[in-house]
Design a protein around this ligand. Sequence first.
Ligand code: GDP
Length: 459
Amino acid sequence: MNRTVAIVGRPNVGKSRLFNRLARKRISIVHDQPGITRDVISAEVEDGHYTLLDTGGLGYKGEDTPARLTAASEAQVDFAMATAALILFVVDGLSGVSALDEKIAAMLRRSRKKVRLVVNKADFDDEKIQLDDIYRLGLGEPLRVSAEHGRGEADLRDAILAELGPAPGDDSDEAEAERPLGVCFIGRPNVGKSSLSNRLLQSDRLIVSDVPGTTRDAIELPFQFKGRNGKLYPFRLIDTAGIKAATKLASPVEYFSRLRSLDAIKNTDVVFLVLDAMEGVTQQDKAIAGEAIKEKKPIVIVVNKWDLVHKEFRKGDGVRGYKTEREYREKYEAALFDRLFFTPGAPVVFVSAMSGYEVDRMLNAAVKLNRMLDAKLPTAKLNRTIERLADQNPPPAIGGKRFRVYYATQTGTRPFRIKLFCNREEKLTEQYRRYLEAGLVEEFGLNGCPMYFDLVGKE
Ligand code: GDP
């Protein structure tokens, strides 16, 4: 749900003052630096109850001619209308209503947004304020405040909260925790998907073996897993049973299209990508991983048949020139991240379906990823992080223009969706997208969770 409040108004009416007062902050506002998100400043207010935006820096390029100021104000109002659930329109009680105020009011009246009119600089007696003009803006009862001295602050805070309504209750988290965690195994034939499924379900009922044409619909099989803390976690295994028989006949291409038609990946929370420990990463593994990555699903990389590796090392000759299991494991992992484009920090587990080795770790990794998927990314920190990332590594200039983010806000979870208001969406290169994703994943401690960016270009 959108809980964003934007402050708009022509220059010098006291927007930043009001912002700082509500946010209880002293933020120095630097308009003239070519930084990334300084155009729009945001803060979490009332313990994260809503996000407050000051759009006052948006649209300033070059000198402050009257035409430019008008254009900038219009850009700010446009932006606020696109992002906010509630708009605070600030006018100056001392200098009175101007033509530009009337213009902004007209834009706001046409929008379907909730708008509260705020008369600032009401420090003195109300007689000084031309209330008639203010009512004539057609935006209802004005709230009189003094951002400078604090007058009317409590009423304004109450009014904002009343307009936004109650925040989503905390008890929804409880229900969420009980929702069974959906997982599926994907991978080449014979890597051990069925064997792993059977181990989880502790039965052989999945083996549909070699009967061609066995059911190809995705089925959900419930099971429970006792975590390290002794807590029982409900899971649902979305099974691709029936695939196995089909793959013996079908080409890899057909195999993937079947896999996809099963919607197994779409219905899961976390995907287990199974690889064979005795074989390196193949082209086919890459194609299969691509399916999960495309769906923006978090992946646990499961290297199966570790018992075979273990056995080889026990014989004493080493495996493929590696002397120790640990060395082999490290090289395998390095090769993985070299060959496949995974979400940064995707967990890797080395397991054996046959012996059950580290199967618990595999499930724990899924539980951990699943928990991260509901994280809320506070807007102010999100913007600060993007700004820092851009400072550290500016986007490449393409055709003389650099990609530039004005403002970022989280719009969804599972996957994380982040709306990026930017200059031009086509200027974001895949490489830079990955850089931003990696930076955010690191900053918010969301290892292995993919991020999806929705780009909204303004130019
Ligand atoms: P799927 O095609 O990915 O479902 O693979 P299966 O589960 O049918 O396994 C393919 C073959 O690998 C079977 O012969 C399994 O017995 C064997 N296999 C699966 N997992 C393991 C394991 O962890 N260790 C060993 N040694 N063999 C395994």
